[in-house]
Design a binder for this molecule. Sequence first.
Ligand SMILES: Cc1cc2nc3c(=O)[nH]c(=O)nc-3n(C[C@H](O)[C@H](O)[C@H](O)COP(=O)(O)OP(=O)(O)OC[C@H]3O[C@@H](n4cnc5c(N)ncnc54)[C@H](O)[C@@H]3O)c2cc1C
Length: 319
Amino acid sequence: MSTTHTRIYDVAIIGGGPAGLSSALVLACARRSVIVIDGGAPRNAPAAAAHGLLGQEGVNPLQLLKRGREEAASYGARIAQTNVLHASGSADDGFTLVLNDDSTIHAGQLLIATGVRDALPAVAGLSRRWGRDVVHCPYCHGWEIRDQRIGLLASGQMSAMQALLFHQWSEQMTFFPNGLEFPADQLDKVRALGISIVSGTVCGIEVVDDRLTAVVMDDGAQVGLDALAVPAMTRARLDGLEGLGVDVAENAAGVAVVADAAGHTSVPGVWAAGNAINPAMQVSESASNGARVAMTINTEMVFARADRAIADSSNPVDA
Ligand SMILES: Cc1cc2nc3c(=O)[nH]c(=O)nc-3n(C[C@H](O)[C@H](O)[C@H](O)COP(=O)(O)OP(=O)(O)OC[C@H]3O[C@@H](n4cnc5c(N)ncnc54)[C@H](O)[C@@H]3O)c2cc1C
């Protein structure tokens, strides 16, 4: 059955990960009417624990967000656990969101906090191990795989440098260029740290007793490993939001929404925060970025209200 919510929210936040929920908390505390629409698929959902998070070290990512939803809701934020299917509108006329549950939301301002999609190389079995023993980031997973046999499967031009980084966590490192070419000076650094380089194409992985044990090369050879680092390319999640027309740009890691430090996108009234603008932001940085953007949204709304009050007082209706 179709439902229409006629209420116009000050701010609709698309995405209820750390960035979106942190924005909602700040905006709701600032007495703004705010709704978070969240499809429930945060980027780190496959991981059992979130690391590098002061005061919450090792927390389960889904538990953290559950707590965040409760905190935002306790100040009056509405949380809709569904997807935005279509977004349209403008700052002048307001924005309209059509949700997967057939309802429609209206809002004066929109915040895109939809995160990214990680695109893994086409190697059979990788996605089933993602966030477990197939990992992307040493700061997220490095401690758990320290001193283990780690392979780095190249996926882009930063990969040789990422092999150097992972070496900080384990000296048992193997670099798989996987057919990509790397500058000689980068490979010199890889060799200088004692990282083995295995040429050829990685075409599969071996898993025994629910643990990664090796990668399989195209000639059938196996290279024994305990963990495989895959610095996946990322793309901001904008499904259904294309009609808003926000600018996106390619960077070394993939495609991100273009926004300034305060979160303004190329479209007035549409803001962005978190991984959607920078896939390198971890949970704490995504949350603090969301909070910062929320403060700017609130401040600009206050200033706009003052401007309207001046305009209204200089054009009295009864004059
Ligand atoms: C495997 C893995 C492990 C990680 N481990 C760590 C770690 O240990 N420590 C750490 O600090 N960081 C870690 N990260 C990084 C962390 O996931 C990100 O920093 C964080 O998720 C970014 O938050 P975000 O709010 O920008 O996006 P997300 O957390 O991805 O949240 C975006 C939300 O938007 C929703 N959404 C998207 N499109 C729509 C739509 N159209 N309608 C409605 N909802 C939508 C999604 O369903 C999702 O719930 C890890 C990442 C990965 C991939």
